[in-house]
Design a protein around this ligand. Sequence first.
Ligand code: R5P
Length: 287
Amino acid sequence: MIIGGSASQKLAAKIAWELEDTLCPVETRKFPDGERYLRIKEDVEDGAVVVQSTGYPQDENLIELFLILKTLQDMAVEDVKVVIPYFGYGRQERRFKDFEAVSASIMADMIEFCGASELLCVNLHEDDIRDFFDIPVHNLSAMQPLAEHIGARFEDPVIVAPDKGALSFAEEIAGILGCECDHMEKTRISPEKVETKPKNMDVKGRDTVIIDDIISTGGTIVNATNILRKHGAESVVVSCVHPVLVGDALLKIFAAGVDDVIGTDTLRSDVSTVSVAGIIAQKLREI
Ligand code: R5P
């Protein structure tokens, strides 16, 4: 049975459809004081797949996930596979200053404590997060469905990574489509401010597609777009796995001259047009 948490209802339904599996109804609401009530409305006999992204509002989505998992444990469901398409708190995966909470590690402990037997995620911010778990963790890549979407729109685009960290994504997409890729150099000054330096961008008159794992404030994309436009790109389309899109990020991105933004449905947003349901269903069939 597939159980969709509040954050991932549509994606859970798509996964259930792909697998020809049943969706298990869940009742969830808030008490007047803001606390959450949850009830799994049917008996679950042969194992469950719980789908819940833990993006904004992170804490609420996490609590709901823990309530679902612990309730399944109480119901004596032994095989509980958890799909967390966007793994919230994943960016604090180490201690940058003394005595900081290593949030990603604490999330891993909680997910295991609540009874998960296996975990599937999509493009974890750092693959090392898997080491915090004792259960098997599958870190899936959304590059194939993104590449298919990009390939259907452009004949010979240049795939651009806005920083070195995203170069492997650009290479993966360029490899699938058989086109060129390039990357820029980025330095983060603060959570909201980044500086980006161009390399020898050869994009004059070309369709360009920027790829990143996360778009948060949009600062990275705005800088990269400015550089591509300065170097004479014919069009600039932005793609990402996780459209976190804090505040007016989309406004800033379009105001910078981006033609379109393509995100996946690991998170719900106005630009979540490419679905990761297929790659998740495929992995669930295999394991
Ligand atoms: C950084 O390591 C990530 O890959 C993204 O580049 C970053 O999260 C984007 O953040 P923002 O949209 O705030 O520039």
